[in-house]
Design a protein around this ligand. Structure first.
Ligand code: DQA
Length: 148
């Protein structure tokens, strides 16, 4: 049976490629997902991807992951800074959880300094542009190996 990773992307990340390229780069979300999937396949994992602009849809995806997935990698966009509901949902998932950001929120506006998700995840990878997603995939690989 193959290992499933849920890759979740939140509000406005469907606009990657055109949205503030000086901050988020020029790659589209499809390109990020394709790269993530290729790395996951290299260690025998499959990827279920959802991008949603709706908080509830992301929460329901976390609930769905509880039944099948070994890991969740999530870039919640601005919900990162406000959604205790998404944080609570992640708290119910017992597998590997990694928060990802293209930019480094800690080096940006003060309202981006709080991550409601940080208390619910194993770790966060921020500020490396497209490489943030790559590093998250490699972190899942290594944590799966460590946890058996
Ligand atoms: C982001 C950072 C958030 O602060 C912002 O609201 C986003 C993108 C990132 O990937 O750098 O939408 O999550």
């Amino acid at each position: 049976m193959s290992t499933e990773i849920y890759l979740l992307n939140g509000p406005n990340l469907d606009l990657l490629g055109e949205r503030s390229p000086e901050i988020y780069g020029t790659m589209t979300l499809d390109q990020h997902v394709e790269r993530f999937r290729a790395i996951a396949h290299s260690f025998g994992a499959t990827v279920t991807h959802l991008q949603s602009n709706f908080e509830g849809e992301l929460i329901e995806a976390v609930h769905a992951a509880r039944n099948s997935a070994a890991a969740i990698v999530i870039n919640a966009g601005a919900l990162t800074h406000s959604s205790w509901a998404l944080s609570d949902a992640l708290d119910t998932f017992s597998g590997i959880k990694i928060e990802v950001h293209l930019s480094n929120p800690a080096a940006r506006e003060p309202y981006r300094h709080l991550s409601t998700l940080a208390v619910a995840v194993d770790g966060s990878i921020c500020g490396f542009g497209a490489t943030s997603y790559d590093l998250a995939a490699y972190a899942v690989r290594d944590l799966l190996a460590l946890r058996g």
